[in-house]
Design a protein around this ligand. Structure first.
Ligand code: SF4
Length: 381
């Protein structure tokens, strides 16, 4: 099982962010940890201390929790879940929140094996426009500190398609990242999420966003550059040194069961899915009444099939056609020969080893490819 803990606190809200996070009030982080302790005990009991292969603390900014609270949190998880030998333990951190050696050292001592740093850009202008709470210099210092502390994997999150950003800026960012030598790099295209300050700004003024052609070049040339530096693409947005892919995220894309703790966390066990309340008070009530997970939605077969296709095609491993045939009762290759041939001729897909994979240009138009190959699957709800 994959275990995820959502830590819903951030120093301040970035202009583009639609994740669930708030600026913590006095005593709120302690209260949150007490509630997650109670939730961990609830699930530990219900699932009989299940075995956990990967643990991921995301958010929000998990590294904002003071070391003593982080220790409490991890202690509660260890008490209620059986950590598998070789557990992958990932934590997301913002550069300014790990500027202090104590925080980094605590994370490493608690067994964190992957530190994922939200760098986003090595250009202060980009960081200001995005409302990030750190500078490029702080980001670089955090990477070096993490490497000094000795995390087996240091990962950097970067963003492309930013206001005012052009192809050469993006490639310069990637060059800088590669020079720092992390084991893993994630590259996300900016999306203007409804209701965010950046989206409102985009409706009022011209943000100078790169046009579609430039964004495509950023994606394609960025990927080529990273591969030339020895980072292998294993998912639409993720690149890693060989063998250092994120097992936790791979688990999601492969459809493995996961339990999410904390406000707004989502869980999928068996064919059932539920989401914890977002609001801390509502979450507290549900923890105290032990009602978490009782309103789970049963996933129907079509939804599971759609997710299987969408998630597997995100990865460079692709969709196992025999597994799809077994699940859907359809032979995709036999039924769509002409279309598959056309997509292959345009270098949008590959068929090899019994798998259907999207090429990098194919990943740019994945929605259209999926809509054509799988017309029966329901659209995302
Ligand atoms: S640090 Fe991450 S989660 Fe927090 S506001 Fe910024 S983008 Fe959102």
């Amino acid at each position: 099982m994959l275990l995820y803990v959502h830590v819903p606190f951030c120093r301040r809200k970035c202009h583009y962010c639609a994740f669930h996070s708030v600026v913590p009030g006095p005593g709120q982080m302690r209260r949150y940890v007490e509630l997650v302790e109670a939730e961990a005990a609830l699930w530990g009991q219900r699932l009989k201390r299940p075995r956990v292969e990967t643990l991921h603390l995301g958010g929000g900014t998990p590294s904002l929790l003071p070391p003593a609270l982080l220790e409490r949190l991890v202690r509660a998880l260890r008490a209620n879940f059986a950590f598998a030998p070789g557990l992958e333990f990932g934590v997301e951190a913002n550069p300014e929140s790990v500027a202090d050696w104590t925080v980094m050292e605590t994370l490493r001592r608690l067994g964190v094996t992957r530190l994922s740093l939200g760098v986003q850009s090595f250009d202060d202008n980009d960081l200001t426009r995005l409302g990030r709470p750190h500078t490029a210099e702080q980001a670089e210092a955090a990477v070096r500190l993490a490497q000094g502390v000795g995390f087996p994997v240091v990962s950097l999150d970067l963003m492309w398609g930013l206001p005012g950003q052009r192809l050469h800026h993006w490639l310069a960012n990637l060059k800088k990242a590669a020079r720092l030598g992390p084991q893993h790099i994630s590259c996300y295209g900016l999306t203007l999420e409804p209701g965010t300050p950046l989206e409102r700004q985009a409706n009022e003024t011209d943000l100078g966003l790169p046009d579609e052609g430039e964004q495509q070049r950023m994606y394609l040339q960025g990927g080529e550059f990273l591969e030339s530096e020895g980072y292998l693409q294993y998912e639409i947005s993720n690149f890693a040194r060989m063998g250092l892919e994120c097992r936790h995220n791979m688990g999601y894309w492969e459809g493995r069961p996961y339990l999410g703790l904390g406000p707004a966390a989502v869980s999928t066990l068996g064919a059932r899915r539920w989401k914890n309340p977002e609001d801390l008070d509502a979450y507290a009530q549900a923890v105290q009444a032990a009602t978490l997970g009782t309103d789970a939605e049963a996933l129907d077969e079509q939804t599971r099939l759609r997710e299987m296709v969408m998630l597997r095609l995100r990865t460079t491993r692709g969709l196992d056609l025999a597994a799809y045939r077994k699940a859907a009762g359809r032979d995709l290759a036999a039924e769509n020969q002409a279309m598959l041939r056309a997509l292959r001729q345009r270098d949008l897909i590959r068929l090899a080893g019994g798998h259907l994979r999207l090429t990098r240009p194919g990943m740019l138009v994945s929605d259209a490819i999926i809509a054509n190959l799988f017309p029966d699957l329901p659209a995302e709800g």
